[in-house]
Design a protein around this ligand. Structure first.
Ligand code: BGC
Length: 345
């Protein structure tokens, strides 16, 4: 993570918050893509990225992709892009202060992974006041906040689609293997690991996953549900408790993400029911989950396309940095939803 320090002496593409006249002069001198000798000295874009918590496995993977895409853009466009990161460590107040720091230091565009998705208003107002465009990602602001200003964008996925694809994997798996119904009662008894309450990807994924399984004709019985807040450790802890309570009665584990599904597998491996092999479904497509799909410990996962989301975030930030109105395919109402893909054996 880059220490954001004080702004350097390199002439920037834009210096927001320095006052209209200075800003206008710099803009005139340093428009992106100008030819000739102005080019090398003038083109620098400074992007601040704020992560709700870098320990989150998916967010860690997304950060790597964002970094890679900025580097590729730099090479492709022959420009200089400084990208600095802040980890808000699960604290919205800290994130708001980090936003102030980036704005004070003259960053051109901010990419924000909110801590509390319903708390975007204060950040939007800060961006608007300083005229620093905002690209929210992964944790979706409510539409009233997205409508507060026209220089706000969101990159994420369609949670309903993600859950539906999980349901499709589950159905295919159960149809192909009658043995999934271990006690032969015609019903699959399952436990459910949910992400953070209030996160758009928790309740919506759950609902559409369960709906598509039931509509596909597999009968389900929910033994237990708990929020494990996207965390592997919490998924493990919940699953350990359920193994004590329900033992071999657990025929399936449905998880809103891969990290919690991997936690459930950890608990299973440490239990005396290691041979139980319930149907385990996750979502994200992180490398360790793909390996678990390959070796049969998971029935499948759905790819929450970190690369695709990173490309969209970087394209938006770069165009906003040029003071252009972004024109990105498949963007609707300043929202880009990157499609999911399915991973099975
Ligand atoms: C991912 C989770 C991640 C969460 C963080 C979700 O879209 O599926 O793995 O923990 O975003 O906000």
């Amino acid at each position: 993570m880059k220490d954001i320090g004080k702004p350097g002496k390199v002439q920037r593409m834009k210096r927001k918050g320095l006052g209209g006249i200075v800003c206008a002069c710099l803009l005139a001198l340093s428009c992106w893509g100008c030819a000739g000798d102005e080019k090398n000295q003038a083109e620098e874009l400074r992007v601040g990225v704020l992560l709700y918590n870098q320990d989150d496995l998916f967010i860690g993977a997304l950060k790597q992709e964002i970094d890679g895409c900025f580097r590729e853009t730099e090479k492709r466009e022959g420009c200089r892009i400084t990208v600095s990161y802040f980890d808000s460590m699960g604290n919205q107040i800290t994130q708001n202060e980090q936003i102030d720091t980036f704005i004070e230091q003259g960053y051109d565009v901010l990419c924000v992974n909110l801590v509390v998705r319903t708390d975007a208003a204060a950040i939007v107002d800060k961006g608007k006041k300083a005229d620093v465009p905002l690209v929210f990602f992964n944790r979706e602001p409510v539409s009233a906040d997205l409508e507060r200003w026209e220089k706000i964008y969101y990159v994420g996925t369609d949670a309903e689609e993600g859950g539906r694809k999980q349901g499709e994997i589950f159905l295919d798996y159960c149809r192909a293997r009658k043995s999934a119904d271990k006690n032969g009662d015609g019903v699959i008894q399952y436990v459910l690991l949910e992400g953070e309450p209030g996160h758009q990807d928790s309740a919506i994924r759950t609902e559409s996953c369960i709906k598509s399984i039931e509509e596909g004709g597999v009968e389900l019985e929910r033994l237990a549900v708990a929020n494990a807040n996207w965390r592997r450790s919490q998924g493990k802890e919940k699953m350990a408790g359920w193994l004590d309570e329900f033992g071999s009665g657990i025929e399936a584990v449905i998880s809103n993400n891969d990290a919690m599904a991997l936690g459930a597998l950890d608990a299973l491996a440490e239990s005396d029911l290691a041979e139980l092999s319930p149907v385990v479904i996750g979502l994200d497509g992180i490398e360790e989950a793909r390996a678990a799909v390959r070796d049969g410990r998971m029935a499948g996962t759905v790819v929450n396309d970190a690369r695709g989301q990173a490309e969209a975030i970087v394209a938006l930030a770069t165009e906003l940095g040029k003071d252009e109105i972004p024109d990105i395919p498949d963007m609707k109402d300043r929202i880009i939803r990157v499609p999911h893909k399915t991973v099975t054996q």
